[in-house]
Design a protein around this ligand. Structure first.
Ligand code: HEM
Ligand code: HEM
Length: 189
């Protein structure tokens, strides 16, 4: 057994949640962007001879987006829970831990990327929760804004990691690590 059942379940739940979070960001920045949609609302309503102010159009567009964005927060709680569970597994489940110094240079690179990703997921959870609970935490407006800017900048690491990881495991599967992906499904080497 290379990966325990708990570790495999963790991996696939985490993959699902992270892809979900990326989807909510994608929607917020494209089809449900308040900038684009407030203009559509403004122009289409004008066709019907209804005039609204840009401020009203912005309120409408943001309320259309709100239901979708709730999923960013729901999946955000799920991610924070998964990060905690991964820390617990790190201490409890040593099944697949390999000695870092005995790895090939390539594997050292791959494992370093995983460490970077874990640190990133940890940061995204803490910063995301801080923005969401800024009032209860009595954070100032400026500080909340700064945290949000860093949260948004660090998001790029995830955006790069995910396709790189998927392409990477597919290439490895087809070259010299046959069964790599099914190992993450059935746990066997
Ligand atoms: C959906 C397509 C995906 C496939 C087929 C896939 C497959 C795999 C495989 C085969 C491994 C083991 C690779 C190795 O031994 O180096 C792995 C590890 C890993 N995957 Fe994925 N993955 C996918 C998506 C994701 C996503 C979206 C994330 C989230 C960010 C993710 C996070 C990780 C992490 C953190 C590890 C390292 C686990 C560890 O050893 O601590 N994966 N994945
Ligand atoms: C993989 C993890 C995550 C990614 C990639 C991600 C990405 C992003 C991005 C790109 C934004 C900026 C959106 C914009 O203004 O256009 C954002 C905002 C935000 N995120 Fe995350 N996030 C993640 C995890 C979390 C978590 C765990 C939470 C915690 C609940 C969270 C809560 C928030 C909040 C509250 C905002 C501000 C929304 C607003 O200003 O209305 N995020 N996130």
């Amino acid at each position: 057994m290379k990966y325990t059942l708990s570790f495999r379940i963790w991996h696939w739940l985490n993959a699902f949640v992270v892809l979900g979070l990326l989807s909510t960001v994608f929607l917020r920045k494209t089809f449900l962007s308040w900038r684009t949609n407030s203009e559509i609302l403004l122009n289409k309503l004008a066709d019907f001879d209804i005039t609204i102010t840009t401020e009203q159009a912005k309120i409408l567009a943001k309320s259309i987006r709100a239901g979708m964005w709730e999923w960013h927060i729901i999946l955000g709680y799920a991610l924070a829970t998964l990060v905690l569970y991964r820390i617990y597994l790190y201490f409890k489940d040593t099944s697949h831990k390999e000695n870092f110094s005995s790895l090939s240079l390539h594997k050292k690179g791959v494992h370093s990327l995983y460490y970077l990703l874990y640190a990133t997921l940890f940061f995204m959870s803490i910063s995301g929760l801080a923005i969401h609970f800024h009032e209860s935490l009595s954070l100032t407006k400026e500080l909340t804004h700064t945290i949000k800017e860093i949260h948004e900048a660090v998001f790029n690491i995830i955006l790069i990691f995910v396709p790189l990881h998927i392409v990477g495991v597919v290439i490895a599967e087809n070259k010299d690590e046959k069964g790599l992906i099914s190992t993450m499904v059935n746990g066997k080497r």
